[in-house]
Design a protein around this ligand. Structure first.
Ligand SMILES: *Cc1c(COP(=O)(O)O)cnc(C)c1O
Length: 413
């Protein structure tokens, strides 16, 4: 029999068998302090009012719910609705979490912020809120990701963050996270660790979910208002799992399918599907599914999207998987790219490659459900940051504008 679903972490910070705190003693006190500040803030109407004002005036919430009419027609199945987190300030859902944690850091009296970043979206969101609140931002980023996500590296610089390049491992998100945690352990008295996803030790998975749940709360109300019903399925991409859990959570008690889409990479051994291809282990302070060998050695991942290139997944997703409340499926690099182009050409929206994985799966689900169905997709971010990766893989898209060669002239002596 499957275990029952729980939506509150227990006294040890676990969702069922997953989560908890696997950290050095020095960090334990800081996590206790953060947990107390979270409880206090969530019960404080002043915090709620500050969040609401920032959401409205700074982040640009609420974000629209958009019926993708031409995509729907082209797929020929259920209606496909997009929750437009790509239109939030800085171009992705990451800002929802960063704003909330910056307010918490201020409450804790911590003026130095460390963060890890993969695609650079969380680094940009962190640099943004640090500028806004006058905090010092130190962002760890793998060198391979710095190469893949050049525009975000420049943005972080403009916003005044200190960027720390990480050469260890494959130079991607896992390595950046290791370094950020190392920094935090050494500086915990003065520093808040602004983790970018619903992962890490308790209370982070719970905290980040609550800060991202604004996505699902808005989408659920908008859906009811626009269509008079709830969707049949809610689909979101899963890296660490923050945009997905934020979208899923408000639908937890509804008769709605929750579909998390992991990065399937090239479809062979190299992928980043932690639930689909991983095993239960401990990574970055909590127990969850991890892409690791039988000795617990973390494997190198691959995805075309830097934001999904993470060998772990937030513990609440592991729990939703084990209880059967949510399903987790992979989409490959190629299928995500196809969905990316279709959204560009059919809707005039350039989606993030991460979000393109969710679009690819939403098309399949829409076909399964047929024309009476309704699918809600989390469009977690915009694709401006990804155009370099797409060109690298497919060549330049602007073949039609190559200039005509100069007409040859006869040389008159
Ligand atoms: C970071 C990122 C993701 C993956 O992170 P989650 O924590 O799984 O949401 C997905 N989409 C975009 C646009 C991102 O920037």
């Amino acid at each position: 029999m499957r275990p029952a679903v729980t939506h509150r972490p227990d006294a040890r910070g676990r969702f069922g068998a997953f989560g908890g705190r696997f950290v050095p003693e020095t960090v334990m006190a800081a996590l206790d302090e953060l947990e107390a500040a979270v409880e206090e803030a969530f019960a404080d109407p002043t915090f709620a009012a500050e969040m609401e004002a920032l959401h409205r005036d700074y982040v640009g919430r609420q974000t629209p719910l958009y019926l993708a009419e031409r995509l729907t027609e082209d797929v020929g199945g259920a209606q496909i609705w997009l929750k437009r987190e790509d239109l939030a300030h800085t171009g992705a859902h990451k800002i929802n979490n960063a704003v909330g944690q910056a307010l918490l850091a201020r409450r804790l009296g911590k003026r130095r912020i460390v963060a890890e970043t993969g695609a650079g979206q969380h680094g940009v969101a962190t640099a943004t809120v640090c500028a806004r609140f006058g905090l010092e931002a130190v962002v760890y980023m793998g060198e391979e990701d710095m190469r893949r996500q050049r525009p975000n590296v420049v943005r972080m610089g403009l916003l005044g963050a200190t960027l720390m390049p990480v050469t260890a491992g494959a130079g991607t998100l896992k390595d950046a996270m290791n370094e950020a945690i190392r920094d935090w352990i050494a500086s915990v008295e003065t520093t808040h660790y602004l983790i970018g996803s619903a992962a890490g030790p308790h209370p982070y998975p719970y905290l980040v979910r609550e800060l991202q749940a604004v996505i699902g709360h808005e989408a659920r109300a908008q859906m009811l208002e626009r269509t008079g019903r709830l969707p049949d399925a809610v689909v979101a991409c899963v890296g660490g799992g923050s945009n997905a859990i934020g979208l899923f959570h408000p639908f937890r008690d509804d008769d709605v399918r929750l579909v998390g889409v992991e990065a399937g990479g090239d479809g062979a051994a190299l992928h980043a599907a932690s639930i689909g291809g991983g095993r239960v282990s401990v990574l970055h302070g909590s127990r969850s599914y991890v892409l690791a060998d039988e000795h617990g050695q973390v494997e190198e991942t691959h995805s075309i999207s830097a934001g999904l290139d993470y060998p772990g997944v937030g513990p609440e997703h592991a729990h939703l998987h084990e209880t059967g409340r949510a399903e987790y499926v992979p989409e490959s690099d190629d299928d995500a790219l196809r969905a990316f182009h279709r959204l560009c050409l059919l809707e005039g929206i350039i989606p993030a490659l991460e979000s393109s994985h969710a679009i690819a799966r939403a098309e399949r689900v829409a076909r399964e459900l047929g024309p009476d169905g309704v699918v809600l997709v989390g469009l977690s971010g915009r694709g401006d940051k990804d155009v370099g990766s797409v060109i690298e893989r497919e060549g330049h898209p602007l073949r039609a504008v190559e200039p005509n060669p100069e007409p040859e002239r006869e040389v008159v002596q």
